[in-house]
Ligand binder design. Sequence first.
Ligand code: SF4
Length: 442
Amino acid sequence: MRKKVKEVLLQPLLIYPEKLPLALTSLSIHWFFNAFEDLLPDLMTFDSGKSVIHGKRLSDFQIIFVSLSYAANLINFVKMVKEGGIPLLKRERDKGMYPVFICGGTAAMLNPLPLTEIFDAVFVGEGECMEKDMKKILNMDSREELDSFLSSLSYCYNDIKPSADIVRAENGQFFVHSNKTLHKMGNTFDNRLIVELNRSCTSRCKFCAATYLYETFRVPEKERVMEYVDTAVSDGKGLALMGTSLGSIDYFDEILEKAAQKSVSISISSIKVKEINEKRLKLLKKCGVKTITVAIESGIPATRKAILKDISDSEILTALKMIKDMKFKSKLYFIAGLPGTEAVEEAQSVVDLLLFIKNNGGLGETSISVAPFVPKPLTPYRDFDIVNRKEYKKYMEILKKGVSKISSGIKIDFYPYRESELDAKFGFYQGEAFIKLITENI
Ligand code: SF4
């Protein structure tokens, strides 16, 4: 190693290559800070320049952990190391001259191998299963010892170990919540306390990595969550509940009831159509929720069935009627270009569905968000292509035109095609093609 470990900073550093406000909403950062609290952890973000807590530079650290959630994170990371005067490729970094970079996160789990060109090690899995090893790593005395230890880890990829197993925490064996130090810096949830309520998902939508990557649906231990909720509620602090299947958690309603009793504000990422009911909406109303987000994905029932999101038009209508009647706004998610679909027909089906909802009294204040279909590794749809640009454009035109005839008040957001294309390539490219993709997009 470049210096004896004891001579350099022992504080563990996590890089989250996004702007600070967004980074502060990431569960991985809060987990890291809680897990390493005794070691005075530090954070560097895309826009922080020096580290956020101790004001140090990249080169001040011996071991650096990097969390990658999306393709764009890696592009930002590359910019950061360039600015820090550190060569991007591992083979160009003389051992001992530069920090050791270890990455993890969802994006790393989806396509780990090409990342071994850049990182000294790539960890695949959930932090709870790595915590003890990460602490050992911070205390190693030589690079040889570190390399040999890394190669012994079942969940680690490096240049001499091209295979690894994803490790996942057991049900009830994780509990991620806001870290006190980070919480003081705010977050994009109006500074509510963040609580993770589940991993994986109770559904298995064929395009989505959440369930195929994280496998079994798991929740934290109820007692720990409720204790945290009780404290937050008695302190009058809001809660941001994070999870893919909130309505399937058997203590979800209890959390809402506790918060509602004290009018504590709650935010939720989304809720499934089948999990919406009047009682929940009433509680959410009392907790200050203004918008209910639901993912519908396609206007055609057969397409929804094919992707394993089996919700009927009438179930969608019932849910949206309740949302409208209780004066919430709704936000609806759709995907353009799902395998086996045709753009014109799909876009028209969304228009028809909205018309059906409107004609049956279910269309309130609504906005729509559309993303191009992007194949994800490990999912049943991994071998399909991203929707092509022309088809996406066609979908956009038909949807915009159709929706404008239904109501002038429906706002539509389209996820940028370029970013989706990058995501699709990032998930599958290997070797030189991967490195070229990254360097061309800096
Ligand atoms: S799309 Fe949503 S509901 Fe479907 S598997 Fe993914 S997280 Fe679950």
